[in-house]
Design a protein around this ligand. Sequence first.
Ligand SMILES: [Zn+2]
Length: 249
Amino acid sequence: SAKTTTSSNNKKQVFSNRHELLVYVTLLETNKPYIMNVMRTPAMQTLFLYASTIETNNDFTRILCDQWLEVTFENAETAQGVISSLLLLRNARDLLLQMTLQDLNKSIDVELLSKPRTYQLQHLLSMKMADFLENSCVYAIRRVLSAELDTIYRPQNVENADDDDSTIRKESTKINEYLTYNCLRSNDDQESFWSEYAGSTMQIHWVCPYCNEDILVNPAERVAHENQCQLSCEYFPSREKYFRIKLVN
Ligand SMILES: [Zn+2]
């Protein structure tokens, strides 16, 4: 499904769930460079899993990957769901890599103890990855020109620093080594002035779907909590269930 909308500054955006990127596996250099094993991959998912920097606006509807491609979502709720998924997947992938490397260094006795944990994490990762790749939410994608990088970010200085009112602070939040929240401008609409401030600082009661804790959070705190909480809640409690399944089989 695809539809074209024109934003207030007359930029055409094509919203679809079928954008693709071309990805290559090997670069072969002879007299000329050749790229080998080229495949088509879902654009948003590939970018979110592999980008070394992911920068967002205040409600995650605008996301800049590696200062190169910009993904725009129509719906903030959808966008936040996608961000949750990418945090879980990237955390699980990093942990799995660590555990696999540790297993390589262990004696056989210890390996027997630790391997089930590795398999369990592999299982979780493959299930969640399949869900993520099948995600059919619509988004627009475009290349950001280098000249635009001057205007795409919000000003980082703090205005009226003497004033105690934290709602006027223009600060972004680094969630982890690749994800920075609220450093992009929201859009070029006249409304953006208000949405930029209200959206990023407004605290709401939110029940974490993983640990069931009811907490008062702003969007940055919510994402930071999910980043910490998701993997441990998804991964560790299911261990018993996993063993039961294995025993039945
Ligand atoms: Zn939680």
